[in-house]
Design a protein around this ligand. Sequence first.
Ligand code: GP9
Length: 409
Amino acid sequence: AKNWFTERQKLQKQMESEPLFGDYKGKNVLIVQAEAFQQFVIGQSIGGEEITPNLNKLIGQSVYFPNFFHQTAQGRTSDADLLTSCSIHPLPTGSVFIRFAGNEFDCAPSILKGQGYDTTVHHAYDGSFWNRNNMYHNMDYDQFYNIKDYTIDEPIGWSLGDQSFFRQTIEQLKERKKSPFYALTITLSSHHPFKLPYSNQELKVGTLQGTIMGDYLQAAHYVDSAVGELVENLKDEGLWDNTVLLFYGDHDNSVYDWKLYEQLFGKPVSDIDKDRIVRKVPFFIHLPHDEHAGVVDKAVGQIDTTPTVMHLLGIPVDNRYLMGVSMLSEAPKPVVFRNGGFTDGQVYFVPNNDGIAAHGTCYALSADGPTTTDSASCAAGADTAKKDLSISDRVIENNLIAKLREEEQ
Ligand code: GP9
């Protein structure tokens, strides 16, 4: 594992001499991790209306990654949190938050705290869910705002509606009077089975009315409106131009009835598109004054989130144990999925899962669309995926970061 990380640290170092390194040093960082928020709703309309008008507008003002993939497994939202905050893979079974909350990890809150940031995490649900109380303590957050810290003045789904959640979160940040801040906000209103109160269902979903997809689109539309309000609120509070805002989806929506997708898109969905639809979640970085807005097609994943934040803030990875690479760097690295699949933007590999790394379907990606190709084209990438996942598992199961650090002394 030591050698693997030494090589990875060399790759991560490349960002230090690349554009944008340190350009946002000292800016606030506000992250929105959106529940089950998938990429296919972005830019999509139904009944002549955009599902996500506010996020669609934000694309034009942000660095937007349409080829961003979630890399979660059974730990769902907690896996997304681990991947994005601590830049390591989840385990194939269970949740690292529950099974290994006492381990040493190099996570964004402790890294940023070391740079003078006030670090908080906000989620309007029971603090013990996914063992967050313990894990967040270990991750070194200054404070975890949970259900006890929110007034349930907009009851939706499991707890509080995202509109009120964002409003109250901004109040909490204001009350802290600390800057710069690093705040992770975890939304909940678009949780399965996506049933919003009738009064919050604003879209006309036509023939999808009464289906789980219809309910999902309503929920995505509501979350989008909450994000739109959040942006306005940040502007009103004078925070918009000194805050880096990140928005991403945590995992898929567990809707696998492909007829519903075909109804929405008005066309058949191919096998590779099924895999990509399930794995793609949107990723936005809004930089102060709408700087560097544009679409970046590079294939990137949740594991790359913390290195990307460090790139913008000018914090070198040095000898920290992060597995990702900045999305803004030219350094090449495939996106590895927990099932052993991967994509590097050139090929996309869907494994058979018979235990042999290169067994599966290899697709060549081109502007004309994906085509199946010789499995040899995916063999090296499948080996890399297998290696990365096994390194990650060994690090977690043996608390290796603590041991490697001891050896360094
Ligand atoms: C609950 C929320 C949902 O606190 O994070 O988690 P999920 O069920 O999506 O993993």
